[in-house]
Design a protein. Structure first.
Length: 357
């Protein structure tokens, strides 16, 4: 009888713990959403910290003082972002200037497609709601260059303000990166501090390994995509290469978007469909080789995350924080899994998140 009572209370405690965990998750989600303007730059700073740590270690091995190494890493990050900002701004300006040409080309493609499909222009007009024969002048005509540039300027200003906050957080994180373990040792009992330190070191190791490998793979993918697009003469090849590099961090859908965007421009730019087909084959081949051969070889199953968990993490953080949340979805999932692994009551969740078959 006593044993049955113990089992009952044990099960009851597990239910209470599970309910409390759900409540905590809801509360944390609410806080992350409300405090997005502060938490998101902080999360990005932590993300950059993992990428920059190896470079700071390299500088220190070259006998450069720790403080100067940190400042140098932050300065390089700032210069890279300024370069990317200028490049993107110039590309968008060039794209805005090319809009009239794109309009005429899209009109021609639309009309040819309607002829091939034998669709009357009147039927197309009534189906789409356009006030003219199949043309997009009504759509693009409302887009003034001044309005586009004002929007770009506002976006760039907001981005720079947020990025300065990211750099500030990054500087403090890098400056104090070697002090956290020592502070934990002084703050807690030896057994507790050892366990917490182990969790932190494990998180750092796994996330840093993933991010460095992913950065190198994404960089190679972006360079190859830029090279292919340049050889075929696709406009804005440099910007498509940069976008391919960035989008490759987003699991599952990033590579698809990185292929579709330049193909859309190629379809508008070239008269011959065979050119677009060749570009599509080359870009798809790059993504297939990277996604199915190189990525598994380099990163492998070291993350040991279930594809369902990766997809759910992508959807959740994308919903919560937008595009940046998608970039951070896998590192955050890895961090949560490692924490669960080291907490006895939550170890079952770590098993559910893993990809063990």
């Amino acid at each position: 009888m006593l044993t049955e009572d113990k089992k009952f209370f044990a099960n009851e405690n597990q239910i209470i713990i599970a309910l409390l965990a759900v409540i905590c998750v809801v509360c944390i989600g609410f806080i992350l959403s409300v405090a997005r303007s502060i938490v998101l730059p902080l999360a990005l700073a932590v993300f950059l910290n993992y990428i920059l740590n190896p470079f700071i270690g390299l500088f220190e091995r070259l006998k450069i003082p720790s403080v100067i190494s940190t400042l140098l890493a932050v300065l390089i990050t700032f210069l890279v972002m300024v370069f990317l900002g200028i490049m993107i701004s110039n590309s968008i300006e060039s794209f805005a200037e090319e809009l009239p040409k794109y309009e005429a080309r899209i009109n021609a493609i639309t009309q040819n497609t309607l002829k091939i499909l034998n669709i009357p222009p009147e039927a197309f007009k009534s189906a789409t709601g356009w006030t003219k024969d199949p043309q997009i002048a009504a759509v693009l005509g409302d887009l003034s260059i001044t309005g586009i540039m004002s929007s770009i300027l506002g976006s760039v200003t907001t981005f720079l303000a947020n990025f300065l906050l990211v750099l500030l957080f990054l500087l403090f994180i890098l400056m104090g990166r070697n002090q956290l373990i020592h502070k934990l040792e002084r703050a807690f009992e030896p057994n507790i501090s050892k366990k917490v330190s182990g969790i932190i070191l494990n998180i750092n190791k796994e996330i840093q390994k993933y991010l460095i490998a992913k950065t190198l793979i994404s960089l190679a993918t972006g360079l190859l995509a830029m090279l292919v697009l340049s050889l075929f003469g696709v406009q804005f090849a440099l910007i498509w290469g940069v976008l391919t590099f960035l989008l490759n961090f987003i699991p599952n859908i990033g590579s698809v978007i990185a292929t579709i965007l330049p193909l859309t421009i190629a379809l508008i730019q070239f008269d011959k469909v065979i050119m677009v087909v060749w570009i599509a084959l080359c870009l798809t081949s790059i993504q297939m080789v990277v996604g199915n051969i190189i990525d598994p070889k380099v990163i492998g199953r070291s993350l040991n995350l279930s594809p369902i968990v990766v997809l759910f993490s992508l959807m959740f953080w994308g919903w919560l924080w937008g595009l940046i949340g998608m970039f951070l979805s896998v590192p955050i999932a890895v961090m949560i899994k490692i924490i669960f692994e080291n907490i006895k009551q939550l170890r079952f969740a770590s098993v559910l998140m893993s990809d063990n078959r």
